[in-house]
Design a protein around this ligand. Structure first.
Ligand SMILES: [Zn+2]
Length: 246
């Protein structure tokens, strides 16, 4: 009886520690919880370690293709701004969409990484914006905007002014925060198939990386890195058999 009791205690302890390890899977960007650990932190994060269509990538070896036009039809605005500890994210009002080849995706949110996650021919940028969209079946499409150091960007400045400084903080956005104001004027893009760049690293994400970078100031770059405290970019992942279309 005693022996059965002890083995029960041990198995309960073991089970609870397993649960704890899963629930405590606090991924991040630091040495103990950074991208090289994500794949082992939870069975749900399996693709972060073993996926074959992962993002970000070093965009190179471009293949010329007749890419369909990317039609951006954003009519609404940002409603709230969140510091989730991993990034600064603006959640968008319903009603803004993109259409590619008659396939429509709705803009859900945009957020930032510094330095950039994607690279173009090996070149890194100080900041990258991800504009995340979903279609009616939940398929994801991300427009990536690369920011380069130069003139200050007044529209980004209006967002940065309202940036919550503490992780877990959320604010209702004041003023007219419009995604198009921090995007380039032209929609030419590179395309590849990839994944989310954060756990669970889900694949099947369509990536549209806009070719024209947008200028922001050194001060604006510094403000983001000060609030996030550390780089929040996943390293580039192998392209394997994927093509980057242009
Ligand atoms: Zn992102």
């Amino acid at each position: 009886m005693k022996r059965i009791f002890y083995s029960l205690v041990i198995s309960v302890l073991f089970a609870s520690s397993t649960v704890y390890a899963k629930e405590g899977a606090h991924w991040g960007y630091e040495s103990q919880n950074g991208p090289s650990h994500w794949g082992q932190m939870s069975p749900d994060y399996y693709l972060c370690g073993k996926g074959k269509n992962q993002s970000p990538v070093n965009l190179s070896n471009f293949v010329d293709a007749k890419l369909p036009q990317l039609n951006i039809d954003y009519n609404t605005r940002g409603k709230e701004i969140v510091n989730n500890g991993h990034t600064i994210q603006v959640n968008y009002e319903n009603g803004s969409t993109i259409t590619i080849d008659n396939h429509r995706f709705a803009l859900l949110q945009f957020h930032f990484h510094s330095p950039s996650e994607n690279r173009i021919n090996g070149k890194s940028y100080p900041l990258e914006g991800h504009f995340v969209h979903a279609d009616k079946d939940g398929n994801l499409a991300v427009i990536s905007v690369l920011y380069e150091e130069g003139k200050s960007n007044p529209a980004l400045g209006r967002i940065w002014q309202q940036m919550p400084e503490r992780a877990g903080e959320k604010k209702t956005l004041a003023g007219n925060v419009v995604a198009l104001d921090i995007m380039p004027k032209t929609n030419d893009y590179y395309f590849f198939n990839g994944s989310l760049t954060t756990p669970p690293c889900t694949e099947g994400v369509r990536w549209y990386v806009l070719k024209q970078p947008v200028s922001i100031s050194k001060k604006q770059i510094k403000k983001f890195t000060k609030v996030i405290h550390h780089p929040n970019n996943r390293p580039v992942q192998p392209l394997d058999s994927r093509l980057v279309l242009q």
